[in-house]
Design a binder for this molecule. Structure first.
Ligand code: FAD
Ligand code: ZN
Length: 230
């Protein structure tokens, strides 16, 4: 209870399977007393491009600039960045948890969500030159990736045609979240919701509801290369 949750949601259609997963999460977490904020990226028309405007607004994005700064300058700039980021993510910098909900696009997240990562998790806010991985700036936070696929679980298994799904998770969980110091819970993957029976879809949604009930008791994964490529 009292936990702050930020859900970053990237599906265009509220009636989609992802939309149903989102609805369940908002209802269940709210029922548990969490304060839940949803960033519905398509509905917000979120600008995914890190353009020159960002470099002007967030000088830390520009590594060359950053290297030439004194520690003091760097600190005051990072304060400015923090304020801007706070605005960008609706004053939810103190979020305890980031859920990302999306359909898998080309073994990765949709461009709009990748753009959120590019623009929100900037240097000076999420990580810094020597502050990354377990030393990242977003410690004490948890993340969970929930996504759907077109392909089956067999295709995304070890020996399957698409390879182990953990290879897909490596850049998102380790390269982004862990890099920023965020701990990672087991992902939630619903395979091929378009191609299963209505009954199976209901089962998947029930399993998600069940998982959410004990989510806060879960231990984060041991996010190291071995988890992905053992
Ligand atoms: P939907 O099509 O919205 O939902 C599936 C079904 O569930 C629908 O019939 C819907 O009506 C129904 N439904 C919704 N809510 C409920 C409910 N409450 N109860 C019962 N039924 C419900 N897939 C891969 O595996 N790998 C890839 O690399 C990949 N790349 C892609 C790239 C692009 C550009 C695109 C467009 C797709 C790609 N896909 C890929 C496929 C994509 O991941 C799937 O189409 C997507 O994950 C399906 O999720 P959805 O939420 O859109 O499903
Ligand atoms: Zn890791």
């Amino acid at each position: 209870p009292g936990k702050r949750v930020l859900i970053v949601y990237a599906h265009q259609e509220p009636k989609s399977f992802n939309g149903s997963l989102l609805k369940i999460a908002v209802e269940e977490l709210t029922k548990q007393g969490c304060s839940v904020t949803v960033s519905d990226l398509y509905a917000m028309q979120f600008e995914p491009r890190a353009t020159r405007n960002d470099i002007v607004a967030f000088p830390m994005l520009n590594n060359l600039n950053c290297l030439s700064l004194s520690a003091q300058e760097r600190c005051s700039r990072s304060c400015i960045i923090r304020r801007l980021i706070k605005k960008l993510i609706y004053d939810q910098t103190a979020f305890l948890k980031v859920h990302s909900f999306f359909p898998l696009f080309w073994f990765s997240m949709p461009a709009i969500l990748k753009g959120w990562m590019d623009r929100v998790l900037v240097q000076g806010f999420a990580y810094d030159l020597s502050k990354s991985y377990d030393g990242g700036l977003l410690q004490d936070k948890l993340s969970l990736f929930s996504f759907t696929t077109g392909a089956t679980k067999e295709m995304y298994s070890n020996g399957g045609v698409s390879g182990d799904v953990r290879y897909v998770l490596w850049p998102m969980q380790h390269g982004i979240m862990h890099f920023c110091g965020v701990k990672v819970l087991e992902p939630h993957i619903c395979y091929a919701p378009e191609n299963v029976s209505e009954e199976k879809r209901k089962e998947m949604l029930t399993a998600w509801t069940q998982r959410l009930k004990t989510l806060w008791k879960e231990e984060p994964i041991k996010c190291s290369p071995e988890w992905y490529f053992k």
